[in-house]
Design a protein around this ligand. Structure first.
Ligand SMILES: *Cc1c(COP(=O)(O)O)cnc(C)c1O
Length: 411
């Protein structure tokens, strides 16, 4: 694989370095994963050469007979996996999926309501710097300050005050289960649409280890997080919104689909329908719990006291280190994660009080609970200066070499 890229040594070298980096570091970034070799190969196929504006059976250009079949398969697999009426598999990314969903349901100037960014929401849920607040009017709900969890009575109050046209449920940094049916009731009470953005938890919902989001009008999800597919996204919805969603993706917000990525989405959705994928997600959750409990045992405060899913936040206040410093220190020993605001963080976003830890990628390379606990100990060794960085770096590399990724890729 990749031999032909050798002709451009500058880039070939960067590719090798990146592969080496991924092999030799522990990836705890909650939004990342390690795709199967099949998905990896599927992305680099001649499907990238095709233009397919439109949908299966209704394309603007000739030559789409096989692309049509591929896209139909991707759609059928998505519908089966999530038990939905309709799926659009053309969205290029989670952000553009949300853009399309808003365009389908709203008019410019309509009000949306999402969880505030520093409480775990996403930029596209109404943040001031994002299109979502420039085209629409944004309003927010918040976690309960004590429990650091969703409080549906408070959300209902906020919704009654703000009267949004669209409520968004689904987050980037929330470690607890979301009850989409509660949101459905609130949305019904205020006459709002409900959008479930399941980007982070799609893999869990797919195997029924998280409550489903079928009561939402529209469901958006990335395909590259817990779902372990290629980069990209999908939009699913009830039949009554199907036409509006398809029109909002093309021609509303996108041109031609990335047919190679649609092909890879179909491959990944096929994998997610297999029994092994359920076992994988079970282990993701077990690893997340084990890592969080071990951190707790080592004296770290876990936001909301624990986790129900693939991620959690660690509050570093009182540890003499902020999130940015922790991220940088850990990067030096090959533990890769991201700084993150904790709910109601008083520190600025460039040096927030926490870090986010996720287990999708380490589980994909085969880590179980004992390795997850070992990782917690390594993190503490670094953050609490218990051992020399070089020693920890060596142990990180040893651990990584016992759980190789892409052993097929040798150079
Ligand atoms: C990751 C994420 C997105 C955006 O996905 P991109 O592909 O990075 O645009 C949207 N919503 C939520 C909740 C996310 O976590």
């Amino acid at each position: 694989m990749y031999e032909s890229i050798r002709k451009d040594p500058l880039l070939f070298n960067l590719l090798l370095e990146e592969i080496k980096r991924q092999k030799n570091t522990i990836n705890l970034i909650a939004s990342e994963n390690i795709v199967s070799l099949a998905v990896l190969e599927a992305m680099g196929t001649p499907f990238t050469n095709k233009y397919s504006e439109g949908y299966p059976g209704k394309r603007y250009y000739a030559g789409n007979e096989f692309v049509d079949e591929v896209e139909r398969i991707a759609i059928e697999r998505a519908k089966k996996l999530f038990g939905v009426d309709h799926a659009n598999v053309q969205s290029h990314s989670g952000s553009s999926a949300n853009f399309s969903a808003y365009l389908a349901l709203l008019n410019p100037g309509d009000k949306i309501m999402g969880l505030a960014l520093d409480n775990g929401g996403h930029l596209t849920h109404g943040h001031p710097v994002n299109f979502s607040s420039k085209i629409f009017r944004s309003s927010f709900y918040f976690l309960d300050k004590e429990s650091e969890m969703l409080d549906y009575d408070e959300i209902r109050k906020r919704a009654l005050e703000e009267k949004p046209k669209l409520i968004i449920a689904g987050y980037s940094a929330y470690s607890r289960e979301i009850d989409f049916n509660e949101f459905r009731e609130i949305a019904n009470e205020v006459g709002a649409y409900l959008l479930a953005d399941i980007s982070h938890i799609a893999g869990l919902i797919a195997v029924k280890l998280h409550k489903d989001a079928k009561s939402a009008d529209v469901i958006t999800t990335t395909t590259h997080k817990t779902l372990r597919g290629p980069r990209g996204a999908m939009i699913m919805c009830k039949e009554k919104h199907a036409k509006a969603i398809d029109k909002a993706v093309f021609p509303g917000t996108q041109g031609g689909p990335l047919d190679n990525m649609v092909f890879a989405k179909a491959v990944a959705l096929g994998e997610a329908l297999k029994e092994e994928f359920k076992e994988y997600i079970e282990q993701v959750i077990k690893n997340s719990r084990a890592l969080a409990e071990e951190m707790q045992g080592l004296g770290y405060r876990i936001v909301s006291g624990g986790t129900d899913n693939h991620l959690f936040l660690v509050d570093l206040r009182g540890k003499g280190i902020n999130g940015r410093e922790a991220q940088e220190k850990l990067e030096k020993v090959g533990i890769i994660l991201n700084m993150n605001a904790i709910p109601f963080d008083k520190s600025p976003p460039f040096k927030p009080s926490g870090i986010r830890i996720g287990t999708p990628a380490i589980t994909s390379r085969g880590f179980k609970e004992s390795e997850a606990k070992y990782v917690a100990k390594l993190i503490d060794d670094v953050l609490a200066n218990k051992r020399k960085a070089e020693r920890v770096r060596t142990e990180v590399e040893e651990l990584c070499s016992s759980f190789p990724i892409y052993p097929e890729l040798r150079f």
